[in-house]
Ligand binder design. Structure first.
Ligand SMILES: [Zn+2]
Length: 583
């Protein structure tokens, strides 16, 4: 039996780790022999398990109370670690792999809702016990199954980021191996992010990125290269604060050296965070996140030349009717031809009440027309000139931005401003699905940040209209790192005693759902679908099974206990006003 595992480019002991291509670097970051969370426990004294749970996937995030001795001081810490498998000893692993029962519980390293529930409990305990939180990040992504959606994985990830944004103790995250997608960003919204030299930090796997970009999975190396996923690139882009050297060589071959190196850098991070007086922790956190993300500023002239109201509503005739969509069949197979009433269609969220066909996704301009008292919306001067920046030189991003601005009449996917609802003045952030699928990007984070500051200054409630399928691949991992930034912003609004209300529309998935989609009082549109973490297609592809018919719709989520408020296009204004009056 082999004692070691070798990647294709590793000839026994002779691989040249300084000259790897981008995809090889990616593969190396989750080499099965790289030390895992439990291996790094040796840095600490007296680690003790915090919580036991037999829930499926609970072992994928483990928690320990421990102390770290720095000179003569014993510092109490709370360790939270993603553990992707039972061991980093390859021989032991191959033996365990023969035992299906043992490997099954590791779920290919993909945390489930139970995993994140454990992390939240540990953060709460650390707050109470005044322990510095140290998180070890290592995951290919969160579990893409119907069972995890049923248990609200999007909201559990969102709650984890929320808990870290509010923590009253210093927080440190360390990317030890591969930190991919929302499953990783759940745990990296910390005061300092460290990354091991041979780790990767990414929003989407190179294979999936390649298949979107080039319609084939075989150009993963180009996709990895375009996305700039290594820790060094993350450091250059400002989303990793400290790179932890693996000077002798990668940790799977130089284990003790790598562990010693991380030990030294964790000590440094703790000393730095301990220097912040307790009362200044939150303001220092605010200062850190205010600097996250990059964008460009345009001119008023350019905004005036491009920005214009664009509607996507279907047009009705003078009697208020419009043609029924093509191919409308009842469940009994009866073909419907009769025209539909516009108001009825509007009340139904532009979804056909016979067959469920969606006529349109209204533009954010349409939504604002519906939401606000006539002519009361005024865009914030503070956010109006911010535009998306192509920091990676990502294939075709610049060209696509140009055409999409024209198509939507928007400068970025999000627009913010003040508007009145039944005379009540509120701060609004709304995303338009037509703009890159309203994917969460760096300007989304910054616009929410500035709008939150306006809400605090003016003592006004903030209402966010969620829309979008995920984080924007074209900005690489930087788009995803703006998600915790939005959480910190909304935490500030809540701590100022102001209401946060989020309108959940079709779709609210991935980065949008775990970002602002998981915050505040949530109003679910009655006829919305595609709400959750992983999209239906991803789940069906992964599990090889069809999902339930009404999967990820508002009624389905309600059935599973995730929905309290349901709204329609017609009653949304009254619902908001009644919530604000109660508040
Ligand atoms: Zn129909």
């Amino acid at each position: 039996m082999a004692n070691h595992f070798y990647l294709p480019f590793e000839r026994k002991g002779q691989a040249d780790y300084h000259h790897l291509d981008e995809y090889e670097k990616y593969q190396l970051s989750f080499h099965p022999e790289r030390p895992k969370y439990l291996d790094y426990l040796e840095i600490f004294s007296h680690p003790e398990k915090c919580f036991k749970s037999d829930d499926y996937g609970a072992c994928l995030i483990q928690t320990h109370r421990a102390t770290l001795e720095i000179e003569d001081e014993k510092i109490p810490v709370m360790l939270i670690g993603q553990q992707t498998g039972p061991t980093s000893d390859y021989k032991e692993l191959t033996q365990l792999m023969r035992n299906n029962g043992e490997m099954g519980k590791w779920n290919d390293g993909m945390p489930t809702p139970a995993s994140y529930e454990r992390a939240i409990k540990a953060i709460d305990a650390a707050n109470k016990e005044n322990r510095i939180i140290i998180i070890f990040v290592d995951t290919p992504g969160a579990d893409p199954t119907e069972a995890s959606e049923e248990r609200g994985i999007a909201w559990r990830i969102g709650d984890t980021i929320h808990a870290l944004a509010e923590a009253n103790v210093p927080t440190i995250s360390v990317i030890i191996n591969r930190a991919c997608s929302g499953g990783a960003i759940a745990l990296t919204g910390c005061d300092i992010t460290l990354a091991m030299e041979y780790s990767t930090y990414l929003v989407i796997t190179p294979e999936a990125c390649s298949s979107i970009l080039f319609h084939t999975r075989s150009r993963a190396n180009e996709a990895a290269s375009a996305s700039r996923i290594t820790s060094k690139e993350g450091f250059d882009l400002g989303i990793v604060d400290v790179m932890v050297p693996e000077s002798d060589g990668p940790a799977h071959r130089f284990r003790e050296q790598a562990i010693a190196s991380l030990h030294a850098y964790i000590e440094k991070a703790i000393i730095k965070l301990q220097a912040i007086p307790k009362g200044k922790l939150l303001s220092s956190r605010i200062d850190r996140w205010s600097k996250i993300g990059q964008w460009s500023e345009t001119t008023v002239e350019e905004v005036n030349a491009i920005q214009q109201r664009v509607s996507r509503l279907p047009e009705s005739n003078s009697d208020g009717y419009l043609k029924r969509h093509k191919g409308c069949y009842t469940s009994n197979g009866v073909h419907n031809y009769d025209p539909v009433r516009f108001d009825k269609l509007k009340d139904n969220g532009f979804v056909c009440d016979v067959c469920g066909y969606r006529y349109t996704r209204p533009s954010i301009w349409d939504c604002m027309d519906n939401l606000f008292d006539d002519g009361t919306f005024i865009e914030h001067a503070e956010t109006k000139l911010i535009i998306d920046k192509d920091i990676l030189g990502f294939p075709e991003y610049k060209e696509k931005l140009k055409s999409v601005r024209k198509k939507t009449g928007l400068m970025t996917s999000m627009i913010t401003g003040n508007g009145k609802i039944n005379g009540e003045d509120i701060v609004f952030c709304g995303a338009d699905f037509g703009f890159f699928g309203a994917s969460f990007c760096m300007t989304t984070g910054e616009k929410i940040w500035r709008a939150a500051e306006i809400a605090i200054k003016q003592k006004k409630p903030i209402i966010l209209q969620a829309s979008g399928g995920g984080a924007r691949m074209h900005e690489g991992c930087s788009s995803m790192v703006s998600i915790p930034k939005a959480h910190v912003a909304l935490t500030r609004v809540e701590q100022a005693g102001l209401p946060v209300i989020t309108i959940i529309t079709d779709p609210t998935l991935g980065g949008v759902a775990i970002g602002y989609g998981s915050r505040g009082i949530r109003l679910f549109q009655k006829h919305a679908g595609n709400i959750g973490f992983s999209g239906r297609r991803v789940i069906e592809q992964y599990t090889g099974k069809k999902t339930t018919k009404d999967f990820q719709t508002t009624p389905w989520l309600k059935k599973h206990g995730h929905v309290k408020h349901v709204v329609t296009q017609t009653n949304i204004r009254e619902e908001i006003v009644s919530i604000l009056e109660k508040d």
